[in-house]
Structure formats: structure tokens, C-alpha cells
Write a protein that binds this ligand. Structure first.
Ligand code: SF4
Ligand code: SF4
Ligand code: SF4
Length: 241
């Protein structure tokens, strides 16, 4: 398999949010009205207007508090479940050169919520007014002319890396060896399944706090991982609780 990939080295992320701003600027996505909800994570969740979001999580691990940062975007799955949903098989494209999973004008005519439901990472978001579903497209317009994705270009710490898939996988293995010296639990997350490979210093679930729509579906509420895992019937560890 070739094409392109990202390596997102979370051990280097300072949560400066330069990547989040650069994404908005390049994609010409409007600002959203936000309010203080007790976290530096702003806005509270991904949306059709915020397709890249730096998540903040506080986790107790081995008696020590960890403050973890997780710049989230579409993973550009090698086998993308979202691409199987549309009635029109040409609505969501797998770019043959890069492997990017790209939503097209035809995607706008499809059931956006069904597309969102199919995503194992809960990435696509539907505009409540236009009903059009949106997500990261790997900055395919930039990449096709030899530029880096805007988020990679903007990152000052080496967290965001992008290039030929084989090179990124090699870099991921090298960075993992170094990371393990300081973070014994460090791991690569889904490197075979996705084109956005995260190098995590802690178990991947520690990077998430989960959002769940309330009964009206209007305003997502933060739920703890403890609550989420309890819902799923899995063993639990605590976060913010
Ligand atoms: Fe599709 Fe979700 Fe995979 Fe992105 S992460 S390609 S939206 S299934
Ligand atoms: Fe945004 Fe482009 Fe980065 Fe995707 S690749 S998160 S669209 S800046
Ligand atoms: Fe992290 Fe780089 Fe994004 Fe800053 S620009 S939040 S360091 S990934």
C-alpha cells in the first residue's frame, strides 16, 4: 500500500492549536460562538465548521495527573466505512494517488447522519441548517500541488508530520522507540487501518472525553469515560470523576 499518511506524535503536542486555526483558515470555515464550559478545549466538539479540534483530557494514571492533548481529524481509513454508506457509489471518493477519503458535491445529497454513524471515530458532522456533512479532506488541493496540509505546515513542534506512507510508517517506528524510553505505555494507534497514525504516550482511551447529545439532540453534554464504558458494559477506569 502506498499513498500518503500523517504521523501525529502526541508526545510533542503542546496544544497551541495552531493546526486548528490553520485548518479553519485554509478551508475558509467560519468561527463558531462558544462559551466557557470548564475546559480549554474550544469549541466543545467537532462540527461541520470545525473539522479539526484539539481535545484536552485530564487523566489519573498511576497516581499522577496527566494532561493529554489530542488533535483530532478524519483518519482517512484505508477501508473507509463511511464510503460504503451513500446510495451513489461515487459520492465519497478514495483518491488513488494519496488515499485521501474525500467527500464530494454528491455527498451533500446523501444522508449525512447515516454517514456519521458509520464512522468508527465519530468524525463527520452535519451542518444543522444545510444538512451537508463535512470532514477533513487531507487538504487534497494543497497536497496535489506538492504542498503540505495546512495543519502540518502550521505545527511548530514536530507533532504533525506528512509524507509518503512508507516514510511515515518508518518515522513512526523510530519515534515510538524514543517515546517508549520516557513513556513505557507508548503505542501507535491503528497504523495498519488508517492514514492518520497517532503515536500516543498513554492508552488511547485516555485522550478522549466523550460527548453525547442530550435527549433533544440539541446540545452535546460531556460524559465521562467512566459513564461511557459503563454504558458499553466494559471495565472502567476513571476520568474527571
Ligand atoms: Fe470515514 Fe470516519 Fe474513516 Fe474518516 S475516520 S475515512 S470519516 S470512516
Ligand atoms: Fe484541516 Fe487540511 Fe489538516 Fe484536514 S489536512 S485537518 S482539512 S488542515
Ligand atoms: Fe499540537 Fe502542533 Fe496542533 Fe500545536 S499545531 S496543537 S503542537 S499538533
Amino acid at each position: 500500500m502506498n499513498g500518503k499518511s500523517f504521523l501525529v506524535d502526541l508526545t510533542r503536542c503542546t496544544a497551541c492549536r495552531g493546526c486548528q486555526v490553520a485548518c479553519k483558515q485554509w478551508k475558509k470555515l467560519p468561527a463558531e460562538k462558544t462559551k466557557n464550559w470548564g475546559s480549554y478545549q474550544n469549541p466543545k466538539d467537532l462540527s461541520s465548521k470545525t473539522i479539526r479540534l484539539v481535545r484536552f483530557s485530564e487523566v489519573m494514571e498511576g497516581g499522577k495527573l496527566q494532561w493529554l492533548f489530542f488533535p483530532e481529524q478524519c483518519r482517512h481509513c484505508v477501508e473507509a466505512p463511511c464510503a460504503d454508506v451513500p446510495n451513489n457509489p461515487e459520492a465519497i471518493l478514495h483518491d488513488p494517488d494519496t488515499g485521501a477519503v474525500v467527500y464530494t458535491e454528491l455527498t451533500a445529497k446523501e444522508d449525512g447522519e447515516a454517514i456519521r454513524s458509520s464512522c468508527p471515530y465519530d468524525i463527520p458532522r452535519v451542518d444543522p441548517e444545510t444538512k451537508v456533512v463535512n470532514k477533513c479532506d487531507m487538504c487534497i488541493d494543497r497536497v496535489k500541488i506538492g504542498m503540505l496540509p495546512a495543519c502540518v505546515q502550521a505545527c511548530p513542534t514536530g507533532t504533525m508530520n506528512f509524507g509518503d506512507r512508507e516514510d511515515m510508517l518508518k518515522l513512526a517506528e523510530e519515534r515510538l522507540v524514543k517515546a517508549k524510553k520516557k513513556f513505557p505505555q507508548a503505542m501507535l494507534v491503528d497504523p495498519e487501518e488508517t492514514r492518520v497514525i497517532y503515536l500516543a504516550s498513554a492508552p488511547p482511551a485516555n485522550y478522549y472525553e466523550y460527548l453525547e447529545a442530550d435527549a433533544s439532540g440539541a446540545q452535546p453534554d460531556l460524559i465521562t469515560r467512566k459513564q461511557l464504558l459503563a454504558k458499553l458494559g466494559s471495565p472502567i477506569r476513571t476520568i474527571r470523576s
